[in-house]
Design a binder for this molecule. Structure first.
Ligand code: NAP
Length: 328
């Protein structure tokens, strides 16, 4: 691939939204010893991608400008580094690029250690969609909240906020695999969809019942997987069971403060801020569930790379139902 050019989309400074995304032609990258070169078939956008552009993790990310955003990809291997042991040219894969990004392009290099095989039953779009959102849902449920998704005894009650979003729609489905009772919040237009994903009770977040987060059947929550923002601890607290916890995926200063205060006070109810980095074994687990027909990705919209700005805008607006995908 030396000397070959590829299409890519990058930005050159903080802020600017979709208007700051520029289409460029640059050399196809070369894989390092432990890397693979992937022809991207699908890349999925997560809020973290445009939050980095907004400077919300400034000055840590991006590591340098210009920066090609997007972490989650699926595609086919076209070249392998000399130290790569488990993959060969022609393999279909799913990978997390992490903070180095690179997904809004025709080709990208990925670490072997962050890559998993994609069986024919899992489309590139499904594979790319799963990575950050699915791993976050899986990690929040099984590691942070320590729920058993194979069998739960006694049956837990959980609340998933923003259950129509990327993370939330996976969280609902994964929780149901563990026979967990799920209450979910979403907008009115998505209530049917979220019920079809398996939620037992659904609250419209724009109603007073929805904003109070009270379960319609009066159940208290053992776990809240909190996938939206702007809900204070004082709203969660009365809805939690005796040892109930909130896993906060959008923690701000107040969330960290609540975490510290609850710890100092030895409160039985706790809030845990979660900052996630997907791992290959978690992606592998999700790919297997999709292959077995136990998990599905809801796709909000698909765009060619030439319309990446529209995909970016769609994600920034915060009203996607499921995942936003770009296909080079
Ligand atoms: N901490 C971590 O490591 C981590 C990992 C992944 C994601 N996150 C964060 O988690 C959040 C969710 O990510 P995502 O990918 O799921 O986002 P997303 O797909 O963009 O979420 C969009 C969905 O959220 C719904 N929504 C918005 N406000 C809501 C509210 N107040 N109540 C209920 N539903 C609401 C929208 O429904 P309507 O269209 O009806 O408004 C829409 O369907 C983001 O802030 C993201 O940055 C954090």
């Amino acid at each position: 691939m030396v000397g070959k050019l590829m299409k890519a989309v990058w930005y050159n400074s903080y802020d600017g939204g979709s208007a700051a995304l520029k289409h460029v032609e640059i050399p196809v990258p070369s894989p390092d010893v432990d890397e693979i070169l992937v022809k991207i078939e699908a890349a999925s956008i997560n809020p973290i991608d445009w939050k980095i552009q907004k400077g919300m993790v400034r000055p840590l990310l991006p590591k340098k400008f210009p920066f090609i955003p997007v972490w989650d990809i699926a595609g086919e291997i076209v070249e392998v580094g000399p130290g790569v042991k488990n993959f060969k040219v022609g393999d279909k894969i799913v990978s997390t690029l992490g903070v180095t990004g690179g997904g809004l392009a025709e080709y990208v290099v990925a670490k072997e250690s962050s890559t998993v095989f994609r069986p024919p039953e899992v489309s590139a779009v499904d594979g790319a969609s799963l990575v950050f959102a699915g791993c976050t849902a899986l990690h929040a449920l099984t590691v942070t909240a320590r729920l058993n998704l194979v069998k739960t005894q006694p049956r837990s009650n959980i609340l998933v906020t923003a259950a129509s979003g990327g993370v939330g729609h996976y969280a609902v489905q994964l929780a149901k695999l563990g026979n967990i009772h799920v209450t979910a919040t979403c907008g009115a237009r998505n209530i049917k969809l979220v019920k079809n994903l398996g939620a037992d009770e659904v609250l419209d977040y724009k109603t007073s019942e929805g904003s109070s987060l009270k379960s319609p059947s009066g159940k208290k929550y053992d776990v809240v997987i909190h996938c939206t923002s702007g809900i204070p601890w004082s709203t969660f607290e009365p809805n939690l069971s005796k040892n109930g916890i909130v896993v906060d995926l959008t923690p701000g200063v107040r969330a960290f403060w609540t975490y510290v205060v609850n710890k100092i006070m030895c409160s039985k109810k706790q809030l845990y801020p979660l900052i996630m980095t997907p791992k290959a074994e978690e992606i592998e687990c999700l790919v297997k569930l999709v292959k077995e027909g136990k998990l599905k990705s809801v796709i909000d919209s698909r765009y060619p790379l030439s319309r990446a700005q529209e995909a970016w805008t769609k994600s920034i607006e915060g009203h996607a139902t499921g995942k936003v995908v770009v296909e080079p």
